[in-house]
Design a protein around this ligand. Structure first.
Ligand SMILES: Nc1ncnc2c1ncn2[C@@H]1O[C@H](COP(=O)(O)OP(=O)(O)OP(=O)(O)O)[C@@H](O)[C@H]1O
Length: 528
């Protein structure tokens, strides 16, 4: 297989530390920006940390002022502003007032940062942080101590020391635990999923609700690390992503699980580099077809729309809308869109054409190879078959005594990869039982959207996520797994139906901008 370098617009992660979001902390290194330390007495590097700590002081003072302002009741904000303005005016009018004000401000800022700088300088946690670690340690003692433990100094004991148990930790600027690495005793049974789940639940409760956490078990060293994850980037609209041909962005994920970033523009117009989940299709792909499952309203249709808009840049698209709600109607008649079929009859005839077209392409490719000629262009042009809610169509077909449209997906699913025919299927959880065996066995790129239990995620992706469920699940939020790769957290870009009046104007406009022009009647192909 030929090695293909990154296109210049794509950024390998290691190449742009300055412009990328900060990497999540590894188990050995607490997160940059958070304040961390080791409990086991690593050598303090005070001199190195002091300038950095001093540089953070104004930032801390500013966030203290912001927190104070947010806590101030609305009715008191006006008088407070007037008092501040009066003080500033007095200083302005007093001889040397500006200078006195500046010195006083610098003094206040230095005072605010003094205690914390001292802590940061010796690398140790502050008083509040020590108290949090102590509370966490005491909560772990009943779970991790052993009655009648013969060892003279067990890791976890009521009069024990958290410094021996916690080998690394870090706190956020707000004083919340952001990273912890702890040693666990051998009797925990780290091979037992129930023991693991119990300890993880306890740690989540004690580390603070309302965030997602990633757990990593290090069985060789008997350590467990917990890392608080920031929310995934929301507010990314549909747009032309910087990808190579054959690559589709399913959504965005965490920096530590992605291999690169792509530049994107948020709906506020701000440009950022974000780590995408990239799905590769085509003859070399190990996951040439996609299955999306989720609860109603979780965003499965949105993901198929996003795939369709990206596919239109390089190939032709045929859509079967089993939901029949007209959520793809805006694509009908656009350049590159072969058909949008909301009815059973239309779905059957279009999918029959797809079967014939796949077979035609296979024969043409075979003949070209046998005669040593190039494969014809019409065989290489990607063909995308997007099927939304096939289980609903199958049910309808059964009740009407017609052929199951999913039977017609067998050929493209089995043989389509070699001739660039890609199938993406979306359905609801309750429709999963109605998916044909071919759909289930040939869709190795998988996405789960919306609220789902770890067991539901495992049932679809083959593995539960290593992260805890998000406290609030926005539309388009879920998990993705490509083949046997890791389970990624996923946020799908907002790609609404541009005629959906409830969608935000910038998001609808973004979709309209990606639409190809109407197809000229001369270019229309008949699928019947
Ligand atoms: N990634 C996203 N970002 C922002 N909004 C989204 C996203 N995904 C979905 N939505 C919004 O959530 C709503 C439901 O989305 P969508 O129709 O895609 O869900 P669905 O899973 O197909 O639901 P159903 O099965 O009921 O059709 C829509 O209003 C849509 O605009």
């Amino acid at each position: 297989m030929a090695w293909r370098p990154y296109p210049r617009t794509l950024t390998p992660l290691h190449a742009s530390p300055a412009s990328s979001p900060r990497p999540a902390p590894s188990a050995a290194a607490p997160p940059a920006g958070g304040r961390g330390g080791t409990g086991a007495g690593r050598a303090p590097d005070a001199l190195r940390r002091l300038p950095a700590a001093a540089a953070r002081v104004p930032g801390r003072a500013a966030s203290a002022v912001r927190r104070w302002w947010e806590r101030t009741p609305r009715e008191r904000r006006g008088p407070v502003l007037i008092a501040v303005a009066a003080c500033l005016l007095t200083l302005w009018l007093t001889p040397y007032g500006t200078l006195i004000g500046a010195v006083a401000l610098a003094g206040a800022v230095a005072w605010q940062g003094r205690a914390r700088s001292a802590e940061a300088a010796d690398g140790g946690p502050g008083e509040a942080e020590r108290a949090r670690l102590q509370t966490l340690y005491e909560a772990l003692v009943p779970h991790l101590s052993l009655a009648g433990d013969p060892r003279p100094r067990p890791l976890y004991a009521h009069d024990g020391d958290w410094r021996r148990a916690f080998t690394a930790f870090a706190f956020t600027e707000e004083g919340r635990l952001s990273h912890l690495r702890l040693r666990y005793p051998p009797h925990l049974g780290d091979g037992d999923p129930e023991s693991r789940a119990r300890l993880q639940r306890l740690l989540c409760d004690k580390a603070g609700q309302g965030r997602e956490y990633r757990f990593a078990w290090h069985e060789e060293t008997g350590e467990l690390s917990l890392t608080a994850l920031p929310p995934l980037p929301a507010g990314v609209c549909a747009q032309r992503f910087a990808t190579a041909p054959g690559e589709t962005v399913l959504g965005f994920t965490d920096l530590h699980t992605a291999r690169r970033t792509v530049p994107v523009t948020g709906d506020d117009g701000e440009r950022r580099d974000l780590p995408p989940v990239v799905w590769r299709t085509g003859p070399r792909s190990a996951e040439p077809h996609l299955l999306v499952l989720g609860r109603p309203g979780a965003g499965a249709t949105t993901l198929l729309r996003s795939v369709a808009l990206q596919a239109l840049g390089h190939g032709e698209v045929l859509i079967v809308d089993g939901g029949g709600a007209g959520e793809y109607a805006f694509l009908a008649g656009r350049g590159g869109v072969l058909a949008v079929e909301p009815t059973l009859a239309g779905a059957l005839s279009s999918l029959e054409w797809v079967t014939r077209e796949t077979e035609r392409r296979l024969l043409a490719a075979n003949r070209a190879r046998q005669t040593g000629r190039d494969v014809p262009e019409d065989v290489c042009r990607p063909l995308w078959v997007l099927v939304d809610r096939p289980s609903a169509l199958s049910r309808l077909a059964r009740s009407e005594g017609q052929r199951d449209p999913q039977d017609l997906l067998q050929v493209p699913l089995r043989y389509g990869r070699a001739v660039r025919v890609t199938v993406a299927v979306a359905d609801r959880f309750e429709g999963a039982a109605g998916l044909a065996a071919a759909v289930r066995s040939h869709t190795r790129a998988r996405v789960v959207l919306g609220p789902a239990t770890p067991d539901q995620v495992r049932a679809v992706l083959g593995e539960a996520p290593a992260t805890t469920p998000p406290p609030r699940v926005p539309p388009g939020r879920g998990y993705a797994r490509l083949g046997t790769g890791p389970v990624h957290r996923l946020q799908v870009p907002a790609t609404p139906d541009p005629y959906d009046e409830e969608a935000s104007e910038p998001q609808r406009r973004a979709v309209m901008e990606l639409l190809t022009g109407p197809m000229a009647s001369a270019g229309r192909r008949t699928l019947r």
